[in-house]
Ligand binder design. Structure first.
Ligand SMILES: N[C@@H](CCC(=O)N[C@@H](CS)C(=O)NCC(=O)O)C(=O)O
Length: 292
């Protein structure tokens, strides 16, 4: 059943559930301050990476719609996520979730053995993962908002089909990666399969968190919770997709950044009823422009 009445709920300003515990554990000053908002999937992307890579950080929750001065200093459009790099004097800022993800990956390559990407010795595997991420940014994310913001039932039905198609394309890119990077060349033992799957993410049973998990996971979780609630949406019935998502949503670095489902349902009501001036993302979707 999809919910049809706008009850006027607004976005939350503080994490709940596991995410709140994680935020409390990261409330002391550190070399990096993460400017974030509890409902935001772009923030969750980089938060997952901090958790997985084990990079020290402080969480600082801000309201990006109020555009506080300290947020504008690190993120010129006043969008979260932003990073303040306190090791510089004066501190420097960094914004854009995908750029921040690259930054954290580079930091971790220099300091720890953990990686969200396949090794630099396997450029083709890295490119396949980037193709997946490119598809998510170019197609899946905008289609998510188009579907959620569509009001007319016929437009909703079309937008739902288009969104499903973007998930199916992601699945076929994951399958291609599995075929070309892991399966190709005959029979491997489990150890070799696991080694080949490093950086390819939780799609691979027994694998660890990867680039695509961080890039796509936040929207896939909101697909289940928010699109399920407001649009009665069901993911394509594909057992491999379902198993991937079950593993991902319960994976420690992902779970640690999840608020309660109710927080997302409340926070996305504005999008589901396409209230005017919901956000820069919502305005871009309504006017057919690229996302900010
Ligand atoms: N391209 C940006 C998008 C970030 C973004 O849109 N964040 C939203 C919250 S989910 C925001 O800060 N919105 C404030 C606004 O619309 O003014 C990124 O990838 O970091």
């Amino acid at each position: 059943m999809s919910s049809r009445t706008d009850s006027g709920r607004s976005y939350h300003k503080e994490c709940t559930g596991d995410a709140l515990d994680t935020a409390k554990d990261h409330s002391r000053d550190e070399a990096i301050t993460l400017f974030g908002s509890c409902f935001c999937p772009f923030v969750q992307r980089v938060w997952i990476a901090f958790e997985y890579l084990g990079i020290p950080y402080k969480v600082y929750e801000v309201d990006p719609y109020q555009k506080p001065q300290d947020l504008l200093e690190v993120s010129p459009k006043g969008l979260v996520p932003g990073l303040r790099l306190n090791e510089f004097n004066p501190p420097r800022g960094l914004n854009e979730s995908t750029v921040i993800l690259e930054y954290l990956q580079d930091l971790s390559t220099a300091t720890t053995s953990k990686s969200l990407l396949p090794s630099v010795g396997n450029p083709y595997a890295r490119s396949l993962v980037r193709l997946q991420a490119d598809h998510v940014n170019r197609n899946l994310v905008p289609a998510f908002y188009r579907f959620l913001q569509a009001q007319d039932p016929e437009v909703q039905a079309t937008a739902g089909k288009e969104y499903t198609a973007t998930i199916e394309t992601l699945v076929s890119l994951l399958e291609r990666t599995e075929r070309e990077v892991v399966e190709q060349g005959g029979v491997f033992g489990d150890g070799e399969r696991r080694a080949l799957a490093i950086g390819l993410g939780l799609w691979f049973e027994g694998g660890s968190l990867g680039w695509i998990d961080a890039m796509a996971g936040p929207w896939l979780y909101r697909t289940k919770v928010v699109l399920g609630h407001y649009r009665g949406f069901k993911l394509p019935s594909n057992p491999k997709l379902q198993n991937w998502l079950d593993r991902l949503f319960e994976y420690p670095a992902f779970k640690a950044t999840r608020s309660s489902d109710q927080l997302y349902i409340d926070s996305y009501e504005r999008y589901a009823f396409n209230r005017p001036n919901t956000s820069q993302v919502a305005n871009a979707i309504n006017s057919g422009r690229a996302l900010p």
